[in-house]
Design a protein around this ligand. Structure first.
Ligand SMILES: [Zn+2]
Length: 398
């Protein structure tokens, strides 16, 4: 790989294929000026700072809206240092932005985690951008709590949300909630008015109750199919309501375990691809070996295949999935061309958060970029125009 050049100069990346607005361009090059893409243009005769191999692809950085931890650290540690480790680690899988996702815990512990996220976000220099917080709980159903801690579940509480919003303005971007809980519909309507993305998940709601949640303002589905009533032809549950409603975007954990490949095919057959995103729901064991880990105060065993289950009841407990692997699985399970599914990890998660200054390779956009090879391995990641990860460097360090 060529020298990336002096950071104060323009940087020219050439070769391979460049992903632009749902298609791959050949014989184009990208000019980066500080932290922005200044130009996407046909090949020039100027010397390039970085040359892509013929099969390589330059794509927009990825965003993960559902992520608990990585590399031994978890958002619920409530520590700035943990968030830095997570943010740095994510660059290796092409992720340049994420929502730090909390778990159902005591109000004090969640508040501590929010405090760390707010501080980190304000001063962050390195690593994938912490774009905000996804509150996964405590307003969830006891019947579908998955790996969430049952002792700390609460009824939806608008006053608590108001308190957090006053303390941490503009930090909470997404809230997972079970719409059947007491006062949930009022809570959903309030949060929606505040500009927070309300997501239905960890819910025992049936089809009609879920529809009421959507009518109240819920616009997203937390790990569709997991921790909710499923699809039966005489009992269409929450999953069916979320799947067939165009107002709703949905997360999928495409590790082949949380949702079987056949159901991924079913999903793309009935929901517009533009309404789907891939998430990892990864916990602290992401990037580490098999063993015992903590997730929100509960023991989780990660086996040699990277599958994480609660020690107490064998329930799936988050994942150790990487987002580039999720993309690869999605391609394998659906047989859809890569150009059609790339937005599920790049543009679409950002669109859900109403972020429009990044997610495309186009002039004026933030230069958050990833170089992928044909196998969708991440060869390099650029964050705000700087080369922050290369596979080669990692190999040299081994
Ligand atoms: Zn989760």
């Amino acid at each position: 790989m060529a020298n990336p050049g002096n950071k104060d100069l323009l940087m020219l990346i050439r070769g391979g294929k460049i992903y632009h607005r749902n298609k791959f361009l050949k014989n184009y090059e990208v000019v980066i000026d500080n932290d922005l893409i200044s130009e996407l243009r046909p090949l020039s005769t100027e010397p390039a700072d970085m040359l892509l191999a013929p099969g390589d692809m330059l794509v927009s950085g990825f965003t993960d809206l559902h992520l608990h931890g990585a590399n031994g650290k978890d958002v619920m540690d409530g520590e700035i240092d943990s968030l830095q480790v997570i943010a740095n680690t994510l660059l290796e899988e092409g992720v340049t932005g994420f929502l730090a996702t909390t778990m159902t815990e005591t109000t004090e512990k969640i508040t501590k985690a929010l405090h760390a996220c707010a501080q980190f976000k304000k001063n962050q220099v390195h690593g994938a951008n912490l774009l905000g917080v996804h509150l996964e709980g405590p307003f969830l159903s006891a019947a579908y709590m998955g790996a969430q801690h049952g002792d700390y579940l609460q009824a939806p509480n608008i006053n608590l949300l108001k308190q957090w919003q006053t303390q941490f303005p503009d930090l909470i971007k997404l809230i997972t909630i079970a719409p059947e809980l007491p006062d949930a519909l009022e809570f959903i309507a309030y949060a929606h008015r505040q500009g927070i993305v309300v997501s239905i998940g960890h819910t025992a709601a049936d089809f009609n109750m879920t529809r009421q949640g959507i009518d109240a303002g819920a616009r997203h589905a937390t790990h569709l199919y997991n921790a909710m009533s499923g699809i039966h032809h005489r009992e269409p549950g929450a999953a069916a309501a979320l799947l067939c409603d165009d107002r709703v975007t949905a997360e999928l954990i495409v590790d082949g375990m949380h949702v079987v490949p056949e159901m991924i095919q079913f999903t793309v057959a009935c929901k517009d691809l533009k309404q789907l995103i891939l998430v990892t729901d990864a916990m602290r064991a992401k990037c580490l070996k098999s063993g015992m880990y903590d997730l929100g105060g509960q023991n989780v065993v990660v086996n040699d295949e990277g599958i994480a289950r609660l020690q107490s009841n064998d329930k799936l407990a988050g994942s150790t999935l990487c987002l580039n692997q999720a993309l690869k699985n999605m391609q394998m399970f659906t047989q859809l061309p890569l150009k059609k599914i790339l937005p599920l990890v790049s543009t679409q998660p950002l669109k859900i958060l109403n972020i429009s200054d990044q997610g495309h390779i186009d002039s004026g956009q933030k230069a958050n970029l990833v170089i992928l090879n044909k196998e969708l391995e991440v060869k390099a990641t650029f964050h705000h125009g700087k080369l922050v990860y290369t596979q080669e460097l990692v190999n040299l360090n081994e």
